[in-house]
Design a protein around this ligand. Sequence first.
Ligand SMILES: Cc1ncc(COP(=O)(O)O)c(C=O)c1O
Length: 268
Amino acid sequence: MFTLKKLADGDVSPNKVDLGIGVYRNEQAGYHELEAIKQAKKILDERNPGHDYEVTVGNPTFLKHAVRLIFGSSSQVLQDKKVASVQTISGTGANHIGALFLSRSAKFSGKTAYVGIPAWGNYGPIFRLAGLEVAKYEYYDIQNGVHFPEIPQLVRTAPAKSIFVLQSCCHNPTGADLTKEQWDELAEAFKNHDVLPFFDIAYQGLGAGIDEDVYGIRRFAELGLEFVVVQSFAKNFGLYSERADVLHIVGKDEENARNIGDQLRCLV
Ligand SMILES: Cc1ncc(COP(=O)(O)O)c(C=O)c1O
């Protein structure tokens, strides 16, 4: 992508159209600001929050709203205080801190992260850099679509403590997501096997809807599973430059989530 972008930027054709990186553009091919962001900036300007230091794990109000967007404001996991959340430098940074946390934990050190292909190209380098092994499996092909029921079958047979990267919605790069029934079946496979779901969500609200796009995550939460969610706001808010994103980890209980939160604070 990096090389392709450099070549495209250097192309002087007046007719060129850049379809490389997934961002909205206006008619002049420049930054497209969403109306909600325009309004939010006005409010920020009036309130002038300043630029004082923030606590290490990030702005508490931002995190409170981010976690509600994922799990729903009346979610049981939030009432039970089972989620540890930290602000990260972009969704890419959330993936990195999540992978690093697992790689440094007694349970997942040296374990394998399964990435369905085709996939966002950064998973492999991010997980390997953190010290985990990476294995690929077929997520989708053009003849057969999403490989179901092969994916839950792989979950049932993978070695214990394997990590499975799952995209919650708007799968990058295929656009092919699981149906609700498929999420239900996959959640059951995870519930009955000792492997860890690692959700990546970079497009909440750009698929079927805010709540529909997190159907899988909320189903896994309802079943009482422990898992990771990395949440990017770059695309759905058009906040590409802000790099204000979040890593959530759902623990076993409140005490476990507090300990996870403390470890994440150290990593941040
Ligand atoms: C599936 C997926 N995950 C994560 C990211 C990274 O998001 P960010 O731009 O916030 O680093 C992207 C960005 O393209 C993506 O498509």
